[in-house]
Design a protein around this ligand. Structure first.
Ligand code: UDP
Length: 366
């Protein structure tokens, strides 16, 4: 059998690419080592609740093309992410906005909040931020940093904020309005019916082999593939020949709470104190405004990745970026393989960027 593409991974990148190329008449085979499709956006229905099995995913974008694209396959609901943060016995709204500032300092107006932040930022002596701690202090001052950033970030990344690149914190908006929307993007929502539905529609009509590990598969198949699209870890593809890239992994502790209709009143609650071992608790039903009599929660713990663990976040500091660029050179020399997605590109991509990247690759290939 001769195929145009072997696509490794049924996550968002692989599924969008396969869908578009199949539509143009290219012959695709998609494989995945897991026993289900959808990669890390996989959702599983339990007690009529779509459980985000590999962590919470909220689709948000300002790219109209991407938004229209995903909406072709399923309807998105009007969920807006408005997480709250618990620090010891205090509860704050996120992202950092007037609700946060008002609770923190008992103030009411933007002018008061700006004055307090300005005073705290001034203690930084206007130095150019060299790491995440300095970046956070120069953005929101010491109170917010110590209660809402330091503990969470150090748990999430497993190192001191002084040892982390500042770009990570730039994902979080700071606003002087009473707006709890976590994202600044124009469009936002969760696919009605779950993400697995979305991927299943994308892969409709395309042959998919589950429980199929790439290296084992190519060693024994007689099929011929013009090109391979690889969405797994780039360093694993090259047998870690230049060394291991660093990733953060996660541990999920799922709990069914029968007879509890509403555990925490919100889909996402972050625990920002270092003493609490998990980073957040997800209550899945609230992503879809569920009214079921029971609920399912997941405690999320961040941990160091080692071989055999699932990788979730690339650690894009200078050391790892340098190693990645060496792997990139190996990748460029392989005309028959295209790398894509968060793991293939070793990049902290959001879902919309993954869709955009897959679509632009399709244009190039066509
Ligand atoms: N962050 C924080 N406090 C919070 C939530 C996030 O300091 O309560 C920081 C932290 O450094 C984290 C980054 O913001 O790594 C990005 O968080 P986000 O929630 O966007 O990460 P993701 O949802 O991708 O895990």
């Amino acid at each position: 059998m001769k195929y145009d593409y072997l696509i490794v991974g049924t996550g968002l990148f692989g599924a969008v690419f396969a869908h578009e190329m199949n539509k143009c008449g290219r012959k695709c085979l998609v494989i995945d080592k897991r026993n289900h499709i959808a990669g890390n956006i996989y959702t599983e229905k339990k007690l009529d609740i779509n459980v985000h099995k590999y962590g919470a995913h909220i689709f948000h974008t300002s790219d109209k093309k991407v938004w229209n694209y995903v909406n072709q396959f399923c309807e998105f609901n009007n969920y807006i992410n408005q997480p709250v943060a618990i620090y010891k016995d205090e509860l704050y709204n996120l992202p950092f906005n007037m609700n946060t500032f008002s609770k923190m300092w008992g103030i009411k107006t933007p002018a008061e909040a700006e004055r307090i932040i300005r005073e705290q930022v001034a203690e930084q002596n206007n130095l150019k931020p060299k790491n995440l701690e300095e970046q956070a202090l120069s953005l929101v001052g010491r109170d917010i940093y110590e209660k809402l950033i330091k503990g969470y970030t150090e748990k999430q990344w497993g190192r001191e904020c002084t040892e982390l690149p500042s770009f990570i914190i730039k994902r979080l908006p700071v606003r002087f309005t009473f707006n709890n929307n976590y994202f600044n993007d124009r469009y936002q929502g969760i696919p009605c019916g779950g993400y697995t539905e979305l991927i299943s529609k994308l892969l409709n009509d395309i042959p998919v082999m589950l429980n199929t590990e790439y290296k084992e598969f190519i060693a024994k198949t007689d099929d011929v593939f013009e090109k391979t699209v690889y969405t797994g870890m780039i360093d694993e593809f090259f047998d870690y020949s230049l060394g291991e890239l660093e990733y953060r992994s996660l541990k999920f502790e799922e709990e069914i709470l029968e007879g509890v209709a509403n555990y925490q009143g919100n889909a996402v609650v972050n625990y920002t104190a270092k003493e609490v071992p998990y980073t957040r608790i997800i209550e899945h039903k609230h992503f879809e405004f569920g009214t079921q009599p029971d609920t399912i929660i997941t405690r999320e713990y961040s941990k160091k990745w080692s071989r055999g663990d699932e990788p979730y976040y690339p650690v894009n500091d200078d050391k790892n970026q340098k190693l990645y660029s060496e792997y990139e050179k190996l990748a460029e020399a392989r005309q028959d393989v295209i790398f894509g997605g968060r793991l293939g590109k070793y990049k902290y991509y959001d879902m919309d960027k993954v869709v955009a990247e897959a679509l632009s690759l399709c244009e190039k290939e066509i």
